[in-house]
Design a binder for this molecule. Sequence first.
Ligand SMILES: Cc1ncc(COP(=O)(O)O)c(C=O)c1O
Length: 426
Amino acid sequence: MQRDTQIFDLIKDELHRQRRGLELIASENFTSLQVMQAMGNVMTNKYAEGYPGKRYYGGCEVVDLSEQLAIDRAKEIFGVNYVNVQPHSGAQANTAVQFAVLQPGDAILGLDLSMGGHLTHGSPVTYSGKIYQAHHYGVRKEDGRVDYDALEAKAKEVKPKLIICGASAYARDWDYARIRQVADQVGALVLADIAHPAGLIAAGLLNSPFDHCHFVTSTTHKTLRGPRGGIIMMKHDFENPWGIKTPKGEVRMMSALLDLAVFPGIQGGPLEHVIAAKAVSFYEILQPEYKTYAARMQQNAQALATAFINKGYDIVSGGTDNHLLLIDLRNKGISGKKAENTLVKADITLNKNMVPFDDKSPFITSGIRVGVPAITTRGLKESDMEQVAVWLDAVLMQPDNEDIIAKVRGEVNEFMQQFPLYPEMD
Ligand SMILES: Cc1ncc(COP(=O)(O)O)c(C=O)c1O
C-alpha cells in the first residue's frame, strides 16, 4: 500500500511545532515515548465489548490481561477498590457517572463554567445541562476561592442528587470533606472530577478526594501524563441509595451500575490500544521519579505565579496550589483572546480563559490560563520561571510590536533546544 505522505508530513510538522515552542496549555503534557508506542499497537484491531473475563467477543485473552493491568495499577496509585479504564475521554467518564446515578430532570450542582468549572458539570450547551436540571455554585469575589457557604445554601435550596466538584481553571485545592458534609445533609452523592490535578493528588501533594467523594473521575492525559482518555474510580463500592435499577430491573451495586453506564450505556468497544498506553503511564506514575516530577510541577507553578505578581499581574486567588494559574489581564489592558493570538506568534501556546465575574464573552475573555505540566516534563525548573514570565510580559505589553514578538520567538526557540523532545524520532 502507498504510504500516506500527507498525514505523515503533518505529523512531522506537529513534532517540530511541539519541539520549538513553550507549551503552557494547562491541560496538555508530553507522554513518554513508550506511552506513545503503546498507543500505536495491534490492540487497536481488537473488539472487546464488555470487561476482562466477561466479553462479547472471542480472542480477548490478551487484552483482558492488559486491561486488568491498567485497572490494578490505577488501584495501586490511588488506593481505590474500583476502577473503570474504558472511558474514551474525561467527558465520557463524567457522562457515565451521571448516566449511572441520575434520571432525566434530576438536579445537579457544579462549579459554574465561567468560574472555572467544566462543560460537563451542567453547562447548557452540553447533555449535562440539557438532560439534567443544572445548578451552579461559584467562587467568592474577594478572594477567588470556592464559596462553600453559598454552595451549601444552594444545595439546601435545590436538593441536587449529585454535587460535582473539580474544575478546569481553578488554581486552589478543594475542601472535599466540607462538600461531603453538605451532600449528606441534602441526600446527594458527590463526584470529584480531578481531571486537572490528578497527578498532584497521586503524588500526595493535594487533598485526596477518595475518602469523601463517592465517585472520582479524571482524564489520563493532563498531569497524569498518559494517553488521551478518561477513568472512573471509587474508593469503596456501595449499594446505590435510590434503588436505581439496571435495564433488566435489578438493583445492583454502584460498581455494576458504573460498568453498565460506560458499556453499553454510552460507549461501544473499548480502545484497548489506548488502555494499554494508560497501563504504561500508570506504571510510570508508580516509579519514584514521578513524585519528583509532580513536586516540580507545583514548585514551577508557584515560582511562575510569584514572577507574574512581581510584574504587577493580577493572579486570581493570589496564587496557586496546583499546576496552573489564572491571570486576570484587565489591569494590563489586553483581552485573553488578543493575548492568546499574540503569544502564539512567539511560539508560546496557552489559552484565553474567563476569569470569575468576567465582563467579556467566552470568545474574548479577560484572562489567560497558564499551566506548567508540559514545560515541567520538558525539564524546565523553578529558576527558569522568571524568564518565562519575562517573555510573556514582553509580548503582552506590546502586542502589536512585531519586532518584539520575533525577538521573543527567536529566544524561545533557541532556549527550548536545551530540552530535547522525542530525540528518538529524528
Ligand atoms: C475538569 C475537566 N473535566 C473533564 C474534562 C474533559 O476531558 P476530555 O477533553 O478528555 O473529554 C476536562 C478537559 O479539559 C476538564 O478540565
